[in-house]
Ligand binder design. Structure first.
Ligand code: SF4
Length: 199
């Protein structure tokens, strides 16, 4: 990979990536999106079915939850750089459906250079890892969310990181009361992130 000089160039180079097998079955690669100098970067796990079809991150049901939570936290989505640790959709076919399949450590490692290239271009003040896979990519090590959630951690490039849940976690909670509480906690994490970049 040539070190891209812009996010546009990076998105172009991503199209040709064959560093892991995930490009084979996905519809297309899903680059990050947002301002080139965003103070806040949000990193998810990988594109889902809707993102794979649209070619854009966080446009499916988890993306709608994220949009609501960002609004509740007072964060404008268009001021945030949104990306994923892994840029192609990994799934298992079930009839006509494609079920999300978590990327493995090797795939996260293979895709990490794209994330690093995004960081060099955007240089965010704070990076929010959404879920354990994103935390592995952002922190460079495996962590449980409960061990690091809510902390502001230093990154080797001078930036900072914090870890929270992936919004898709909220979609899997059956109990309405629990879901409401978990969403409140998620919004509180995002609000803390907004306060950090404002301070
Ligand atoms: S998932 Fe990442 S490393 Fe694998 S082919 Fe896609 S862009 Fe390349």
């Amino acid at each position: 990979m040539n070190d891209p000089a812009s996010l546009k160039q990076l998105a172009g180079e991503l199209q040709a990536c064959r560093r892991c097998p995930l490009y084979r079955h996905a519809t297309q690669v899903v680059p990050g999106e947002g301002p080139a100098r965003a103070k806040l970067m949000l990193v998810g796990e990988q594109p889902g079915n809707d993102e794979d079809l649209a070619g854009r991150p966080f446009v499916g049901s988890a993306g709608h939850i994220l949009d609501e939570a960002l609004e509740d936290a007072g964060i404008a989505r268009d001021k945030v750089y949104l990306t994923n640790a892994v840029k192609h959709f990994k799934f298992v076919p079930r009839g006509k459906r494609r079920l999300h399949h978590r990327p493995n450590a090797e795939e996260v490692r293979a895709c990490h250079l794209w994330y690093e290239a995004e960081r060099r271009l955007v240089r965010p003040l704070l990076t929010v890892a959404l879920g354990a896979t994103a935390a592995r990519s952002v922190l460079g090590r495996a962590e449980t969310i409960s061990a690091v959630r809510g902390k502001i951690l230093d990154l080797p490039d001078g930036g900072h990181a914090t870890v929270t849940i992936h919004p898709s976690f909220l979609l899997r909670i059956r109990d309405a009361q629990d879901r409401t509480q978990q969403k409140r906690n998620f919004v509180a994490d995002l609000r803390r992130a907004a306060q950090f970049i404002a301070s």
